[in-house]
Design a protein around this ligand. Structure first.
Ligand code: NAI
Length: 389
């Protein structure tokens, strides 16, 4: 159970790049990192507009002289202080992630970075290499992967309760961009411009989330090959897709599908993962995150509720309020930051025994998402053909 006790007995000195006052995702980074006292927000380059970023940082309680105009100044000035930051979160548009991650690690910082980690497998490989060379970690914020019921599913699948895994059915299909909302919304405008978002829109922005949740639930399955078809229903978004379907084959003979969409009119979020085994299936849906459906062939459906004593130990370790009360996105993110603090501390102490089996969305998870998007785009642009993963 998580009860607010600091996971590592101290607070990590923490900074942010991006996540400014008008950003979509900055607040949840702060809520998650600050919730359990494992991080103290001491510095930042919060906004592309330096003055706005400084005003916002001060309003958050950060000292004015530690609100910097850009990330280069942030990293250099903090490295020169004895009490400089140890870890930075990067919550900026996708085109900046690679350069900021490299600069942060080279400045001696651990990193928490938004997804997708970068644009190409070559860049992701470089980040993985850099982490190993400098003994730093990159945690990637696949937020819902920190929800306790995802880990309940992982343990049940590992214990063989589903039998051999045959099918993984994934989707993240919301309806918010069924029209050209980017004409009014700054946060959507860069998402449909390849200069800022890279080679894909919904594959990278949405599909990487359920893809990683499925990888967390069934870690031993490797994608062997995939086929992707992508569409731009709002034509001005081409060549970027606002809808995509992907079929996958895994190395054990299992198959998977992914539906990623921003034009699923009427859908609030529509992120679901269903794992089908030879005996039973599990299904989790982010619009009802406190329930996990466990369906055994020939028996009534069981709805497993978050926080209940019948869950496994691993799931209950992430419990914050017990059953009955809802937990959701904020708690799942807090659980991730709780883990990032522990892995940073263990890395600094060189505690390889701790790190060996410790789960968190790491730089390799970021790399897998980037490679998957890259291969999907390759398949779709070749006319929806099978490509090796
Ligand atoms: P946004 O456009 O709403 O906000 C971006 C923020 O970064 C703004 O405050 C902007 O001023 C600042 N910024 C941009 N470039 C900067 C730079 N070079 N230096 C300092 N600040 C800079 O974008 P949003 O929606 O918050 O997305 C940011 C990142 O978070 C993206 O990579 C996106 O894919 C990811 N994201 C992840 C989610 C998740 O569930 N993990 C959900 C939503 C977004």
């Amino acid at each position: 159970m998580i009860n607010g006790k600091k996971a590592i007995g101290r607070s990590l000195r923490w900074g942010m790049v991006g996540g400014g006052g008008t950003s979509q995702i900055g607040y949840i980074h702060r809520s998650a990192a600050l919730r359990d006292g494992n991080f103290s927000l001491l510095a930042g380059a919060f906004d592309l507009d330096a003055q706005r970023g400084r005003d916002f940082g001060v309003a958050l309680g950060v000292a004015a002289e530690r609100c910097y105009p850009d990330y280069e100044t942030l990293f250099a000035a903090e490295a020169a202080r004895e009490d400089g930051i140890e870890v930075v979160s990067i919550a900026t548009p996708n085109n900046t992630h690679f350069a900021i991650c490299c600069a942060a690690i080279n400045a001696g910082l651990h990193v928490v970075c938004e997804k997708p980690l970068c644009f190409t497998t070559a860049e992701a490989d470089e980040l993985e290499r850099l982490c190993a060379e400098k003994n730093k970690i990159i945690g990637v914020t696949y937020g819902y992967a920190g929800h306790q019921l995802i880990h309940q599913a992982r343990e049940m699948i590992a214990a063989g309760l589903l039998g051999e895994i045959r099918i993984i059915n994934m989707q993240f299909a919301h309806g918010f961009h069924n029209e050209a909302v980017e004409l009014q919304s700054e946060s959507t405008k860069w998402r449909v411009d390849p200069r800022f978002v890279g080679p894909s829109y919904v594959l990278g922005d949405l599909a990487t989330h359920p893809l990683f949740i499925a990888e967390t639930m069934v870690p031993n399955l490797q994608v062997k090959r995939l086929l992707c078809s992508r569409q731009s229903f709002v034509a001005t978004r081409a060549p970027l897709e606002d809808n995509a379907f992907v079929m996958m084959e895994y190395d054990n003979g299992a198959v998977g599908t992914m539906w990623a969409s921003a034009v699923n009119a009427g859908s609030m979020h529509g992120q679901k993962v269903r794992v089908v085994g030879a005996k039973a299936s599990l299904e989790w849906w982010d619009e009802q995150p406190n329930q996990l459906r466990y369906e055994i062939q020939g028996e009534p459906v069981r709805i497993m509720e978050r926080g209940m004593g019948y869950l496994n130990e691993r799931a209950l370790a992430d419990d914050r309020i017990g059953g009955g009360h809802p937990e959701g996105l904020f708690e799942a993110w807090s659980n991730l930051y709780h883990r990032f603090a522990q892995v940073i501390d263990a890395t600094d102490r060189g505690d390889s025994a701790f790190l060996q089996d410790f789960w968190y969305p790491d730089v390799h998870a970021g790399l897998m998402g980037v490679r998957w998007v890259e291969q999907c785009v390759k398949s779709a642009d070749a006319g929806a053909v099978w490509v090796d993963f």
